[in-house]
Ligand binder design. Structure first.
Ligand SMILES: [Ca+2]
Length: 265
């Protein structure tokens, strides 16, 4: 009789292990959490094979459920963070209307360094860099490359992703000082395309920022555009409803980023 009881206990323990194993079998995504949950309720608990089985299964189910819940919570948190980052900056009620004019035309601007030059790079004091800024005004001079332009056209300036500044910041930038605070409804950066090959392509992303003091920049959003290798450049443009004196475009790329004009209206 005693032997029989021991055998029975062993059989129960074995079935408890099997149930626990099947409850843990497919952990990972959300669907496994609900299947573990279901099997814990209907199969482990209600068959009442043993309290050990039920507790093992329910612990497996609860750990799967809690991991699914925490992953859902973290994805909710990250989507909240990204929507915060792209929310519209506060508008200045005293901003000047542009009346649809390009108010960046003829304005001064600064850029991040262009590219690595040997072991040093001093883009601003070099006369022979590869794709320089002609007369320090080509990004707001209203001039564009011709339809049959090559990448050596003087209207382009080129930023390289291998530039130490780019490697540190993970973007190249152009910042235009509009001179006063404007109401802005459209920002456009004209960028070279993959027509040229040689590591040149439209940037992977162009994100616009505005600022009133030139120091604190707020994201306006990312431009919508497509690389188009049938033309030398495309407009990376963004419709917006913001105010600001300084407008900045940040570009990302794995290679060369060519730019020929920045407009704000
Ligand atoms: Ca230009």
């Amino acid at each position: 009789m005693k032997k029989l009881a021991i055998l029975l206990a062993l059989a129960l323990a074995l079935s408890a292990c099997l149930l626990a194993f099947s409850a843990c079998g497919d952990d990972g995504d959300t669907s496994s959490a609900s299947s573990a949950d279901t099997s814990a309720d209907s199969s482990a608990a209600s068959s009442a094979a043993s309290s050990a089985a039920s507790s093992a299964a329910s612990s497996a189910a609860s750990s799967a459920a809690s991991s699914a819940a925490s992953s859902a919570a973290s994805s909710a948190a990250s989507s909240e963070a990204s929507s915060e980052a792209s929310s519209a900056p506060e508008k200045n009620p005293n901003a000047v209307a542009t009346n649809g004019e390009n108010v960046a035309l003829g304005k001064t601007y600064t850029t991040s360094p262009l590219y690595r030059q040997g072991t040093d790079y001093k883009w601003s004091d070099s006369a022979d860099i590869t794709y320089p800024d002609t007369d320090d005004k080509e990004l707001t001079d209203g001039n564009f490359p011709a339809a049959d332009a090559g990448y050596t056209a003087a209207e382009f300036m080129g930023f390289a992703a291998s530039c130490p500044d780019y490697e540190a910041n993970k973007y190249a930038s152009v910042t235009v000082d509009l001179g006063e605070i404007y109401e802005l409804s459209k920002l456009s950066l004209y960028v070279g395309t993959s027509k040229f090959g040689a590591g040149i392509a439209a940037p992977a992303s162009v994100e616009f920022f505005v600022s009133e003091d030139g120091t604190n920049f707020v994201s306006v959003g990312k431009a919508n555009y497509k690389d188009d290798n049938s033309v030398p450049y495309v407009a990376a443009a963004l419709e917006c409803d913001v105010t600001g004196r300084y407008v900045q475009a940040r570009m990302t790329s794995a290679g060369w980023m060519f730019v020929c004009e920045f407009e704000a209206s």
